[in-house]
Design a protein around this ligand. Structure first.
Ligand SMILES: CCCCCCCCCCCCC[C@@H](O)CC(=O)SCCNC(=O)CCNC(=O)[C@H](O)C(C)(C)COP(=O)(O)OP(=O)(O)OC[C@H]1O[C@@H](n2cnc3c(N)ncnc32)[C@H](O)[C@@H]1OP(=O)(O)O
Length: 242
């Protein structure tokens, strides 16, 4: 009996050690990840400012930063993994919708359709994303290091109130600008008859994506408002499970 109790204690100790190692590893990885992402978005901010100061126009700006943007925005997919394996307390669905919609905007709208890359709306969402991500990743970094300046916390949980709708406007106007080109060229579409016997119209797909902002965006926005109340005002919020 005594020995089985001892065994239990040893097992408990081992489990605790494993948990500590796991959480130290997770913290180290998250710190590295957040520093790298803050740096990436800072590089993007500087590249955009340099381009605008040198050329005096936004035309050509997207092309000049496209590679860096694609890299860092696509890398954010890792965040869905963080939620899935439980090293951050965030919903996989909320993060998945946010990250996938951005990746879709970058790869299948802005990057895929050259004719819209000089639209003002592209610059709008790029500037909004950049400010948001510099704030967000620096918040996570300082938070992990237990040295969080109040102004970063304030910025993380206040700027989104204005930036989120502005980003959505930029994204929707960009998709809207893409519609005529997609219709004319039939890009990414499959017409019947074809050997797979499948029909797909990217034009209508884009319209469905635009419509899907109506139910999905308020969910993300209200999620952030709840996070704001929790972090800035200490409210206890009971979130529903995925
Ligand atoms: C394939 C076709 C797809 C078609 C999709 C159709 C459209 C869908 C509509 C979508 C609209 C999106 C529009 C959008 O792109 C526009 C913009 O982004 S504009 C710019 C403004 N945007 C924002 O402000 C973004 C706000 N959103 C986010 O921050 C995140 O995406 C979100 C997932 C919503 C964040 O939520 P989260 O629950 O993570 O909030 P917290 O930051 O408070 O974090 C909660 C806790 O987790 C810890 N955490 C999270 N990540 C990390 C990390 N990387 N490192 C360390 N810790 C992390 C955080 O510290 C919190 O911990 P604790 O609770 O202990 O404080």
């Amino acid at each position: 009996m005594a020995s089985s109790e001892e065994d239990g204690t040893v097992e408990e100790k081992e489990n605790n050690n494993k948990k500590r190692t796991k959480s130290a590893l997770a913290t180290a990885w998250l710190t590295f990840y957040n520093i790298a992402m803050t740096a990436g978005w800072l590089v993007l901010a500087m590249a955009m400012m340099r381009f605008y100061i040198q050329k005096g126009t936004h035309k050509g700006l997207y092309r000049s930063i496209a590679r860096t943007l694609k890299f860092f925005q696509t890398f954010a997919l890792v965040e869905v993994g963080h939620c899935a394996i439980g090293i951050v307390r965030t919903s996989v669905i909320v993060t998945g919708v946010q990250v996938c919609s951005r990746i879709f905007m970058v790869w299948f709208v802005t990057n895929g359709i050259r004719q819209i890359q000089n639209e003002e709306s592209v610059i709008l969402f790029l500037v909004v994303w950049t400010v948001t991500e510099i704030t967000r990743y620096s918040y996570y970094t300082f938070n992990l290091l237990n040295h969080l300046p109040y102004f970063i916390k304030w910025a993380r949980y206040n700027l989104f109130i204005v930036l989120y709708p502005l980003g959505v406007v930029g994204e929707l106007l960009t998709i809207y600008a893409a519609l005529p080109f997609v219709r004319r060229t039939g890009m990414y579409s499959m017409r019947l008859p074809n050997k797979y016997n499948v029909s797909f119209d990217y034009y209508y797909c884009l319209i469905i994506v635009m419509l899907s902002y109506i139910p999905l965006f308020p969910q993300l926005y209200f999620h952030m408002l709840r996070q704001r109340r929790r972090v800035l005002h200490g409210e206890v919020i009971v979130e529903k499970d995925d």
